[in-house]
Design a protein around this ligand. Structure first.
Ligand SMILES: Cc1cc2nc3c(=O)[nH]c(=O)nc-3n(C[C@H](O)[C@H](O)[C@H](O)COP(=O)(O)O)c2cc1C
Length: 206
């Protein structure tokens, strides 16, 4: 399956085959492949709670306005963004210097502490931004592997945090159901067309 084919084939699936499961190996491969995604300063903001047990799915379902596909999916990933990922910068800077991206580590430490360190809004934005790019890639990687997905933001963050013991420096960015489609979704809903979304060079002035 090409990337173009995966993009065309991907749909948000709400009807999963409950007789099918996803193995540890499949889930691990999906996560390992998807986390080759880019992230700002390569800070790897993403973390995952993998939920496959009936009990875990029930707790998520209760915190997610009873969205039924949470119960039916083979797995639900609680995708977290690490808000203070910039504090991990030293994990990555040595590697960057060794591979010739930067002459020394000082530059990167300054950039990340000045860029993120003092700005909680940018920290939160980044946790969402870098993690969301990875989720988009994960949806396509899943499709290529014969798996279907649906992103979910219809959940109560406080309840998910409480129910899954999530520390305060991690933001539950999105849930992602993963499984095998039972019934194909209806025809894809409309998209805005090119002329409605693209402006050449600058936003038009009235
Ligand atoms: C960030 C995000 C959050 C979403 N949250 C939900 C959700 O809570 N429940 C749901 O059923 N679908 C959810 N969706 C799926 C969208 O409704 C769906 O992508 C959209 O209707 C287009 O349909 P398609 O994905 O099949 O092309 C979400 C999608 C995204 C990208």
């Amino acid at each position: 399956m090409t990337v173009t084919e995966a993009i065309n084939a991907r749909r948000s699936v709400h009807s999963y085959d409950t007789s099918k499961s996803i193995s540890d190996k499949e889930l691990r491969e999906l996560i390992e492949l998807s986390t080759l995604a880019p992230s700002s300063f390569n800070l790897n903001h993403w973390r995952f709670i993998t939920v496959r047990s009936d009990d875990g799915k029930k707790r998520l379902h209760a915190a997610s306005f009873d969205q039924k596909h949470i119960l039916d999916a083979s797995a639900v990933l609680i995708v977290l963004g690490k808000i203070d990922a910039h504090e991990d910068v030293e994990k990555f800077t040595g590697d960057w210097v060794n591979k010739g991206y930067y002459a020394d580590e000082k530059h990167l430490k300054i950039v990340t502490s000045k860029f993120y360190g003092l700005n909680p809004t940018v920290q939160r934005d980044e946790a969402i931004r870098s993690t969301s790019i990875m989720i988009g890639m994960m949806m396509l990687a899943a499709k290529e592997r014969g798996l279907d997905t649906s992103a979910i933001i219809g959940f109560k963050p406080d309840e998910v945090v409480e129910a899954f013991n999530i520390p305060s420096n991690y933001l539950p960015v999105m849930l992602l159901t993963v499984g095998h489609e039972l019934t194909p979704p209806p025809e894809r809903v409309i998209r805005l067309n090119y002329d409605e979304i693209v402006y050449e060079e600058t936003f038009p002035v009235d």
